[in-house]
Design a protein. Structure first.
Length: 191
């Protein structure tokens, strides 16, 4: 009887995990509408190569925001390294790009972005990160600054870095959902 119960429990948990995974993948954000209103500022959450930085610099150059924060930049990475990811006629790098080297993870990205946005008086921030990272990033950003409106600018396809990476991100997402079910949802901490 106990074995049957454990088997049913395992089957139910496995089914719930996979149903949640499918829901997670289906709910990932698509590309913003080309006529979307510009945000006050933009933030790139680094990781996964230069595609995110390239997208953020392109959005800045196109006027999708007044300033750009590149968050989580390695100490060894220079401004010139970052500039190289921009479009050929990059005119706004020197005036309008800020570099954060303090953030070491998504929680740190949230804290640094909140400080940066508040220091500039920004009410809206466009978020550039990988599509599968966006749900977790948005939760951490809202947790750090629930008064700011965040708009997703996803980079990459759902499985562009392989199903393993998307599954790993889903597991991390489940961890922060569990954390928030214990500590309370974003917005109750720094409001």
């Amino acid at each position: 009887m106990a074995l049957r119960f454990l088997s049913a429990l395992f089957t139910g948990l496995t089914a719930a995990f996979f149903a949640g995974y499918v829901a997670f993948v289906v709910a990932l954000p698509g590309k913003p509408h080309p006529d979307a209103e510009a945000a006050d500022g933009l933030v790139v959450l680094t990781g996964g190569g230069g595609a995110r930085i390239r997208q953020g610099l392109t959005l800045l150059e196109a006027g999708a925001g007044d300033r750009l924060l590149i968050s989580g930049v390695y100490e060894e990475t220079t401004s010139e390294d970052l500039r190289a990811f921009g479009p050929g006629a990059m005119t706004r790098f020197d005036c309008c790009v800020d570099i954060d080297r303090a953030a070491k993870n998504t929680i740190g990205n949230g804290a640094e972005t909140a400080n940066w946005a508040r220091s500039h008086g920004f009410q809206t921030v466009g978020v550039v990160t990988h599509r599968f990272h966006m749900p977790r990033a948005m939760i951490e950003l809202k947790r750090a600054a629930p008064d700011i409106e965040y708009r997703p600018y996803p980079v990459g396809g759902v499985f562009s870095r392989g199903p393993r990476q998307t599954t790993l991100e889903y597991l991390k997402f489940l961890v922060i959902l569990t954390r928030d079910s214990v500590t309370g949802p974003p917005g109750e901490h720094n409001a």
